[in-house]
Design a protein around this ligand. Sequence first.
Ligand code: MLT
Length: 309
Amino acid sequence: LGAFAVPASAQNYPTRTITMIVPFAAGGPTDVVSRIVTAHMAQTLGQSIVIENVVGAGGTTATTRAARAANDGYTLITGHMGTHAASVPLYPKLAYHPEKDFEPVALLAGTPILILARKDFPPKDLKEFVAYVKANAEKVNAAHAGIGSVSHASCELLNSILGVKPVGVPFNGTGPAMNALVAGQVDYMCDQIVNAVPQINAGTIKAYAVATPERNPSLPNVPTTTEAGLPAFQAQAWNAIFAPKGTSPAIIATLNAAAIKALDDENVRKRLLDLGSVIPAPVNRTPEALATLVKNEIAKWTPVLKPAT
Ligand code: MLT
């Protein structure tokens, strides 16, 4: 073998079905983004990509499984700001480390966070929401997708800004949490935009604000937290593909190229944009850029979430 030879297994990759672990229930943001992008990647790669939803412990059960999977490119995970950043301060005994146990593959989408409530929750706007939640701190509850999930971590930030500790109601993903919000069984939730746009547009839930500096084009009538009087609450999550540590650079490059091709596809872009996602700029699509994002996100969320544990 010459100095630049790649193993035959990497050269022919992929020769069989790839499993993409999604660490939350079907129908939630991680699942939806993952399905949109991997459907296109499968065409490029010439092999199926099967989504396996593995739920529990805010996504950390599935992420542990992915970290321990064979590093042959046939088991991947769509992780996010929770599994690969917020979980670090929230789980002192986390069985994996996002930086040490994974090879970053590609960032798929940025997902602004919305403050949502059941349709008949009394507050009409964000100012009223703040006053109501403070006045009823003992009574209100907040749905989330488990400790360390995006919905949990971002609402921890919101609740710490408001100085409230609502009862948390955990679900296996914000797909099922959204169903409970629509059914009026829970009061409020901080969720990635992907999950919420169809419901907001259908009028089945309320959106008080989007926690980004600009309004989102998919929800032009939803104010930013700054416009609505709570500038301190800024939160955007993201979804990205990771492979187990030691997966060959050739395989990572093949997967990254397929992900980029998907992000450049008009139909994929339209579907992601219609759901409010932010498509990563080319400079942010490399494995190196994703490694930097993970490092920065752990550094950003650790001081925010440490006191909450
Ligand atoms: C989260 O809260 O981490 C996600 O929304 C989970 C999901 O994709 O369901």
